[in-house]
Design a protein around this ligand. Structure first.
Ligand SMILES: Nc1ncnc2c1ncn2[C@@H]1O[C@H](COP(=O)(O)OP(=O)(O)OP(=O)(O)O)[C@@H](O)[C@H]1O
Ligand SMILES: [Mg+2]
Length: 308
């Protein structure tokens, strides 16, 4: 659906996007995860034609995007990071305005507006002025404005910034629904949990560079993240030794009093290890598994935490 090769952009002395490559397949939700200033918006702006790249190529549906191929950009919908709505108009009027910019009119536009108001849960408030909306509602309206012309690919630039957990939850549900209806999605965020919950594949981007890309599991294994098994009970290191020699990727991390921490890489199946633990007659009182997190993968890759 989208193929980006060697895309590069600098502003004065800042290399905002540094020779990046990625592709998004039809039907995917692809995440772009990175902190402030990583280059997410700059990338989106180049894809939708607001910025000219210094170098690189963008292919949409098998065709290279060039300034004269404006028709091709109709396949794209963009939801900007900054909310672009008229506060004095109601939701319906805002959508009608955006629809006309996309050359939609008449019953086709009306029908589409109703569909999208339903999808976003805004139908009941459609006749109220936008200035009376919560920030979550504004975000949802901003989002459906990018969908009026039924784009094949939707570019979402941090659609949940500045809204409460309930509002975020609603947005994530709407994004899933949009994807289920057949729209391919590029979703940028600096929230790890959103990337985990939503995206089929993702790229971790920082200082304009893609540091890792793949499914959540692939990224964790690239970074070499391990899952942790925490067991409590009357168990010594010696009791565990037969297991660590049987499972090559199982290691003892630490032991204190009645607690033992073991790590294993994703090369092992958690189920096999746990089954073997119980089968070997260990005196286990409590057992917990902590899956490797994208959080620690991110810290390993960038050397710091994602910040707001
Ligand atoms: N118009 C511009 N002029 C100068 N520098 C810019 C411009 N736009 C972006 N930059 C710089 O390019 C880098 C990438 O910015 P960009 O807005 O793409 O990041 P982002 O990942 O979208 O961040 P955020 O999460 O804050 O939205 C930053 O260092 C930023 O200061
Ligand atoms: Mg941005």
């Amino acid at each position: 659906m989208l193929k980006v090769s060697n895309l590069t952009k600098s502003f004065d002395r800042v290399l905002a996007v540094d020779h990046i490559f990625f592709h998004i397949s039809i039907g995917e939700i692809f995440g772009f995860l990175g902190p402030n200033g990583a280059g997410k918006t700059t990338t989106i702006n180049m894809i939708c034609g607001l910025l000219n790249p210094d170098a690189g190529e963008i292919e949409l549906d098998g065709q290279v995007l060039t300034p004269d191929r404006t028709g091709l950009r109709h396949k794209l919908g963009v939801v900007p990071q900054e909310i672009a709505l008229y506060e004095e108009l109601n939701a319906y009027e805002n959508l009608r305005f955006w629809g006309r910019l996309y050359d939609l009119s008449g019953n086709a536009l009306k029908g589409r507006i109703h569909e999208l108001l339903q999808l976003s849960g805004l139908a009941e408030r459609a006749r109220d002025r936008v200035k009376t909306y919560s920030s979550g509602m504004k975000r949802r309206l901003n989002m459906i404005a990018g969908l009026l012309h039924r784009p094949a690919l939707l570019l979402l630039d941090e659609p949940t910034v500045g809204i409460d957990p309930q509002g975020r939850h609603n947005i994530l549900d709407s994004v899933r629904e949009i994807a289920a209806q057949g729209t391919t999605i590029l979703y940028t965020t600096h929230y790890l949990d959103e990337a985990e919950a939503l995206c089929d594949r993702l790229a971790i981007i920082d200082h304009g560079r893609i540091l890792a890309m793949g499914t959540e599991g692939e990224i964790k294994s690239i970074v070499g993240e391990n899952a942790i098994i925490r067991i409590t009970g009357d168990i010594s290191k010696e009791d565990i030794e037969p297991l660590t020699s049987r499972f090559a990727h199982l290691k003892i991390e630490s032991q204190k009093e009645r607690e033992l921490l073991l790590s294993f890489s994703t090369a092992e199946r958690a189920g096999d290890i746990i089954e073997a633990m119980y089968a070997s007659g260990l005196d286990i009182e409590n057992l917990q598994i902590k899956e490797p997190s994208l959080d620690s993968a991110f810290i390993k890759l960038t050397g710091r935490e994602l910040r707001d």
